[in-house]
Design a protein around this ligand. Structure first.
Ligand code: AMP
Ligand code: GLY
Length: 420
C-alpha cells in the first residue's frame, strides 16, 4: 500500500516508523518530512498546508491513503478536499477539526454539554478584555482562540502580565489571525494527563495515557514550548480516574460532536487536568499529540493501518487495542534559545551509535539530511525515546542515548518522567 503522511515533525516520524513495522505498508511518502523521516520514506517538498499540490501528488502517485497528522492542514479542510477528489484520508474534516482550531468552539461545546472544564469568557476586543481583567483574581489564563503551535497560552500571575498577554495576542498579533479572539479562563491546578483516543464518531478506543512536559526548563519553569518530553503511562491516570474521564468527558464529547454535525473521525486528544474537584478538560487536539505520539506508538501492538482503516470505514467496534506493558519515555533535544530565537544548521553527531541500543528510537523533529549527514533545522531537533520495565528504567535508557548525541547548543530537560 502507498501511504502519504502530511507533516514533518517527531510525531510524523513516529507514525511512519510504526507504519513501516506493519506488514501492509509498502511505500511511504511524507510532505514535507525531515532528515530522520528521509531514511524511512520519500520526502516531497510541499508544505503540509499545500492542499492543491498534495492532492495532485496523491492522484499522480496513486496514493492509497493520506494521513493528515498536523493541525493546520486539518483546520484548513485538507481531509474534505482529499475526499472530494475521491481520495482516502485519515483525520477529521474541517468542521470536526474546529474542536482544536477554535478554543471558543471547544469551550462552547463543553458548556452546552456540561463537560467539566475551566470557567471562561470570550473576547473579540482588547479593550473589553482588559476591563474584565481589572476585576479578576489571579493567576488567570489568557489564550489565543486559534492555532498557535502550542505557544498561545499565557498563565498570568497578576493584572499587568495579563494585560501584556492580551496586547501581545490581540494588538501585536503575535499569532496572526489566531489572536483575533481570546479566551480568559480560570487557572486550574493538579496533575496534567494526555489521553488520546481513536474514534470513528461512534466507537471510542482510548490509547494508553501519557503526559508531556510543556515548559522549557526543569521543574516546569520558563515559557511553554511545543513539548520538551513525554512519558507513558501516567501514574496518576488510575482506573478510577479513567472511568470518570470516559463517562464525563470522552463519551460526551464524541456524542456532542456528532450532534453538532461535526462527527469526529480520527485521533482525538484530551488534555486533562486532574483537579481536586475532578477531571477537567484543558484542551482538545484533533490529531495525535507531539511528543505524546513518540511514547504511545512504540507501545501499541496493533498494526496502525488496521486501526486507521477501521476508523475511516466506521467499524472501530471490530478492533481491540493491544499494548506493550512497558513504559516509554521521550526526551526532546532542542536548539539553544528555543522556544525563542535559535540558530540552525549544526551537524548532529552520534546517531550511528544509537542503533546498538535496544528499545531506543530517535525520532527526528527539526532536522535536515544532506547526503549521509544530519543537520539541525528547527527548535525541537530530536525526540530520544526508550522503552523500559518502569518509567525510571525507560528514562535512564533514554538519557543514556541522549549522552551519545550532540550538536552545538543542544539543550534538554534533565527531569523528564521524574517523580515530583
Ligand atoms: P493548552 O494549549 O490549552 O493545553 O494550554 C497549554 C498548557 O497551558 C497546558 O498544557 C497547561 O499546562 C496550561 N494551561 C492551559 N489552560 C490552563 C488552565 N486553565 N489552568 C492551568 N493551566 C493551564
Ligand atoms: N503535546 C501537545 C500537543 O500536541 O499539542
Amino acid at each position: 500500500m502507498k501511504i502519504l503522511v502530511v507533516g514533518g515533525g517527531g510525531r510524523e516520524h513516529a507514525i511512519i516508523w510504526k507504519l513501516k513495522q506493519g506488514k501492509r505498508t509498502a511505500k511511504v511518502f511524507c510532505a514535507p518530512g525531515n532528515g530522520g523521516i528521509a531514511s524511512l520514506a520519500t520526502c516531497i517538498d510541499y508544505k503540509a498546508t499545500d492542499i492543491e499540490n498534495i492532492i495532485k501528488f496523491a492522484k499522480n502517485e496513486g496514493i492509497d491513503l493520506t494521513i493528515v497528522a498536523q493541525d493546520d492542514p486539518l483546520a484548513l479542510g485538507m481531509v474534505d478536499a482529499l475526499e472530494k477528489e475521491g481520495l482516502r484520508a485519515f483525520g477529521p474534516n474541517k468542521a470536526a477539526a474546529q474542536i482544536e482550531a477554535s478554543k471558543s468552539f471547544a469551550k462552547g461545546l463543553m458548556k452546552k454539554n456540561a463537560i467539566p472544564t475551566a470557567a471562561y469568557e470570550v473576547f473579540d476586543d482588547a479593550k473589553a478584555a482588559k476591563a474584565y481583567l481589572a476585576g479578576c483574581t489571579f493567576p488567570i489564563v489568557v489564550k489565543a482562540d486559534g492555532l498557535a503551535l502550542g505557544k498561545g497560552v499565557f498563565i498570568c500571575d497578576n493584572a499587568a502580565e495579563a494585560v501584556k498577554a492580551v496586547e501581545n495576542i490581540m494588538v501585536a498579533k503575535a499569532f496572526g489571525k489566531a489572536g483575533d479572539r481570546i479566551i480568559v479562563e480560570e487557572f486550574l491546578s493538579g496533575h496534567e494527563v494526555s489521553v488520546l483516543v481513536f474514534t470513528d464518531g461512534k466507537t471510542v478506543l482510548p490509547m494508553e495515557s501519557s503526559q508531556d512536559h510543556k515548559r522549557v526548563f526543569d521543574f516546569d519553569q520558563g515559557p511553554n514550548t511545543g513539548g520538551m518530553g513525554a512519558f507513558s503511562p501516567s501514574p496518576y491516570y488510575t482506573a478510577e480516574v479513567e472511568k470518570e474521564t470516559i463517562d464525563k468527558i470522552i463519551m460526551p464529547t464524541v456524542r456532542a460532536m456528532a450532534l453538532e454535525d461535526c462527527l469526529f473521525k480520527g485521533v482525538l486528544y484530551f488534555g486533562l487536568m486532574l483537579t481536586k474537584k475532578g477531571v477537567k478538560v484543558l484542551e482538545y487536539n484533533a490529531r495525535f499529540g507531539d511528543p505524546e505520539t513518540q511514547v504511545i506508538l512504540p507501545r501499541l501492538k496493533n498494526e496502525l493501518l488496521d486501526v486507521m482503516d477501521a476508523v475511516i470505514d466506521g467499524r472501530l467496534d471490530q478492533i481491540q487495542l493491544e499494548w506493550d506493558s512497558r513504559a516509554a519515555v521521550c526526551v526532546i533535544m532542542a536548539s539553544a534559545g528555543y522556544p525563542g530565537q535559535y540558530q540552525k544548521g549544526f551537524e548532529v553527531m552520534g546517531l550511528d551509535t544509537i542503533a546498538m541500543l535496544e528499545d531506543v528510537m530517535v525520532f527526528h523533529a527539526g532536522t535536515q539530511r544532506e547526503g549521509e549527514q544530519i543537520f539541525t533545522s528547527g527548535g525541537r531537533v530530536l525526540g530520544v525515546t526508550a522503552l523500559g520495565d518502569t518509567l525510571r528504567l525507560a528514562a535512564d535508557k533514554a538519557y543514556t542515548a541522549v549522552q551519545r548525541l550532540s550538536f552545538e547548543g543542544a539543550y534538554f530537560r534533565k527531569d523528564i518522567a521524574m517523580e515530583r
